[in-house]
Design a protein around this ligand. Structure first.
Ligand SMILES: [Zn+2]
Length: 314
């Protein structure tokens, strides 16, 4: 038995080296875990990438295989996203003047748990609550609290991430408390949503990551706003945060190649004044604008498909 194990490991090591030198054999099972033969799954995909030229001066890089989701993975994220969207729909019915943000957070956690999920934010690197609720000059990572009471005219971001059967989905929406705010605040909320939508519309399979940031950033700057660059979007799937980091400024044609099977968030944080932000020294979480002016954010989880995109959570 001991000898067999030793021989097996030598055999397997040899096979791995051979696969590395020769590439995957056409009849091997595909690296994506689909269970299909390589020639019927990602062979054309790999051939297409190997024929491409990557311009290092534009930061063009291949996406790592570990962030390419197979059909089962995508279905898992999609199902997680249905629960996540349900939380945000619930929040939409609850946001009103006078409610405290801990009550919103409790309802979100109960919704996720009653649908078989886990709130990803709870205990994430010590975060104490299930959602991030960020009001007015808070850019993101606001901690829900009994002491934080929503008032008419506040602009509020509620950011929810659900884990269902090991799959993450992540989205956030803005809410105007009481339905009415100043024209300046309303314009920031609206333009930020447009930035997100334009960023998503810029995504093309076999396009580039920089296309997203270019579209988001251009629209923000044209409207006289700044774009937060200390934080950004991310790949999402079997983990909360995966490659790539999604910047909301950028140049078209730069950065990582975007390919079918990638799932990432587009989540621009747009500020009225400076793009500079500070982290609360007391709780080490709450991110605020450095100048105290307003900030807004919208977020969707986006799948890159063969022909375009599919929204998996919004
Ligand atoms: Zn495959």
């Amino acid at each position: 038995m001991g000898d067999d194990t030793g021989n097996m490991s030598i055999y397997r090591y040899g096979k791995e080296v051979l696969a590395y030198i020769m590439g995957m054999a056409r009849n091997d099972l595909c690296w994506c875990g689909s269970g299909k033969k390589y020639k019927k799954c990602h062979k054309d995909f790999d051939d297409r990438i190997s024929e491409m030229k990557f311009d290092v001066f534009k930061g063009q890089v291949r996406p790592p295989k570990k962030i390419i989701n197979n059909r089962a993975d995508i279905e898992g994220i999609r199902r997680s996203g249905v629960v996540n969207d349900g939380v945000l729909d619930l929040m939409a019915t609850m946001v009103r003047p006078g409610i405290d943000t801990a009550s919103l957070d409790d309802a979100a956690r109960e919704y996720i748990e009653s649908h078989g999920g886990i709130p990803a934010c709870l205990d994430y690197e010590g975060f104490p609550k299930s959602t991030c609720i960020s009001i007015n000059n808070v850019v993101c990572h606001g901690i829900p609290s009994k002491k934080t009471i929503l008032k008419e005219g506040d602009i509020v971001n509620i950011d929810v991430t659900t884990i269902l059967d090991g799959y993450f989905s992540d989205a956030s929406r803005m809410f105007v408390v009481g339905g009415k705010t100043t024209p300046e605040a309303q314009r920031l909320v609206d333009v930020t949503r447009e930035c997100m939508e334009l960023g998503i519309q810029a995504i093309r399979p076999w396009g580039w990551l920089g296309d997203i940031g270019a579209a988001c950033g251009r629209h923000a700057h044209e409207n006289g706003y700044s774009v937060v660059t200390d934080l950004g979007g991310h790949g999402v799937g079997k983990k909360f945060h995966l490659e790539p980091f999604v910047a909301h400024i950028g140049k078209p044609g730069t950065g990582m190649l975007l390919v079918p099977g990638m799932v990432l968030t587009v989540e621009p944080m747009i500020n009225q004044g400076t793009k500079k932000v500070t982290v609360d020294s007391g709780d080490n979480w709450t991110v605020r604008t450095a100048d105290g002016k307003l900030s807004a954010q919208w977020e969707k989880t986006v799948l890159i498909t063969e022909t375009g995109t599919e929204i998996l959570s919004s």
